[in-house]
Design a protein around this ligand. Sequence first.
Ligand code: UD1
Length: 430
Amino acid sequence: MQKIVIEGGVPLHGEVQISGAKNAVLPILCATLLADGPVEIGNVPHLHDVVTTAKLLGELGAGITIDEGTIEFDGRRRKGSGIVVDPRSVRSHIAPYELVKTMRASILVLGPLLAKYGAAEVSLPGGCAIGSRPVDLHIKAMQALGAEVTVEHGFIKASAARLRGAVVRFDVVSVGATENALMAASLAAGTTVIENAALEPEIVDLADCLIALGADIEGAGTSQIVIRGVERLRGGTHSVLPDRIETGTFLVAAAMTGGRITTLKSRPDTLHAVLELLQETGAVIETQDDRITLDMRGRRPRAVSFSTAPHPAFPTDMQAQFMAMNCIADGVGTIAETIFENRFMHVQELQRLGADIHIDGHTATVHGIAQLSGAPVMATDLRASASLVLAGLVAEGETIIDRIYHLDRGYENIEEKLSGLGARIRRVSA
Ligand code: UD1
């Protein structure tokens, strides 16, 4: 079992290159199932969840080629790793429990399999243990498009000779259910209108990929998306957008340590709420094209209060990192988590480092203290792990983080990237 060991106390300085977005590449990989030819995806991050999705597509019969070198996009050779998925050999429509249980995003094969092959059997998902995460909205969307759906023996079983365009209205904003509806509707007969759609940049990236394959989609990034179904989607290419959560995590690391860093290959326009809150902590932020520079000028951050909410408001995937910052900030910060229940599992571990946090229902109150003290801690979910790394960067002495496989699901080479910024961090095999 691998662990991460951090010796805190070094202000971060330098430049860090941001990887492709986990939450964009996973639906895009699933969308390749809709195509009639090979789909080449660029700017693919090296993440455990990407490997799991590639395995799942392979299990369904798709051909997978991983290119670690340069890859051609828009007629130009670019650096970065790519994956080519050839869906023409897909023979199965069953997503088995063994793979789905490790990654909730596997539910995203439901819409593509159903739309392309007329049938899908997808195990009920597992993934991060951050509260009950139902799949009812995914199922309702498929039913609205004309599918027969049952849930038996732990599997969602869906079938339809051909999906029919319809109005799909969500009562709760869901990123995954919007993506499943978008993918399925692309090959449905007639026009689909998704109402109360999620607005996340990853939805826009998925739509851009589908459009590159021949889909007819308007309004992605707004609450109403109109999809005119087409007979077929062709093969093509797409480059994944930069990861806004990874970007935000590095910026918080710089702010906590009093440092100055620049993120490269990032997308400042996808991070408004995060950048605003960082400015409230006292950080000086400048953006230019694909770069964000944060300068804390050696100061201690001021505590901030915020609520999580769907995009463009403050993302739940940055909640744990900002909580880590509040732990060492000047003042008291209140954090309300409105998206997921039980997404405060990092609190107990942060308390082991000396943090002063009180939970009352969905709200956490953090009294900033001058110094955390390093200790052995355990990662519980993906973003919780990130918050422990951040806390370790400022804690006095050594912090040892166990169960870092959670971290590897969503952060590419985090210890290498942080070492590049001066952090004393290493991975050890225990
Ligand atoms: C995606 C992101 C995850 C992020 C989350 C919210 C991916 C791979 N993961 O997860 O990192 O934290 O968005 O920004 O993109 N819900 C239902 N029924 C459903 C589906 C969802 O009630 O069928 C509820 C959930 O319990 C939650 C809320 O809707 O309370 C939002 O969840 P959703 O947007 O669907 O999250 P994911 O797509 O799973």
